[in-house]
Design a protein around this ligand. Sequence first.
Ligand code: SAM
Length: 261
Amino acid sequence: MDRARRRKFGQNFLDVPTAIAIAGDLPANEGEAVLEIGPGHGALTEHLLNRGVELTAVEIDEQCVDVLNGKFGDRKNFHITNIDFLKFDLQGFLDAHEKPWVTGNLPYNVSTAIIAGLMPRLHLTKGFMGMVQLEVAERICAAPCSSNYGSLSVLVSAFADTQILRKIGPEHFTPKPNVDSATMLLTPRANALQAPEGFFDFVRAAFTQKRKTLSNSFGKAYDKKKIQEAIEVLDYPATVRAEELSPEQFLEFYRVIVGEN
Ligand code: SAM
């Protein structure tokens, strides 16, 4: 076992029954396009290919790519690209495929970067169904006023309806990770927010000191006087905290701060 490689690429491979169950949760039908991130040795891939979807796999590790080509190279519905997903031409793929599903048991070290990059384009897909660390899934799917709600929840729920599907313990992987995992379904929101540039930086800044009231939680990132004025203009209580604002309220707040209507 190449431990260094497995750690570097976040490789924890699923057992067969769990892979079958997770693949079964992806509502993709025969002939539909599916983009799989991090197929590894093909635990999910196999069951998706058997269903007849047109599957494009994006895998960073050339050793995994060799394994996958050995297993599925003769299947017409299997396509693979050996690249870091963070460098993959996602927009080009979405331009060339009619509303694909996106899936994968994501490598934990880059899962939030992958999800954050996907969100602004989620409307060009049918959605994402896949696995991340449980703690990340709980942050992504958290509602306002709950302890897990933060900038990642705002970013994702600006674009997606979110749902945790399954919690998966470490015993279902080889090697066993030190954390619990969960699958989640993220589908495009009917009324996704039209977030201007700078909005998500603003949201991240608002949660910098999330236990403080909003007028103090930004630290030095934004002018405190402007923040206080916006709280008054919007008639929010002076004690309001970042965790109490929905994505829509954040956007309204941001627009007052930057002087947009
Ligand atoms: N899908 C397999 C399974 O469930 O058994 C493997 C999942 S494993 C948690 C994550 C996979 O993502 C590994 O195959 C790893 O090599 C791959 N990977 C890691 N970083 C990646 C990246 N930046 N882009 C694409 N694939 C990546």
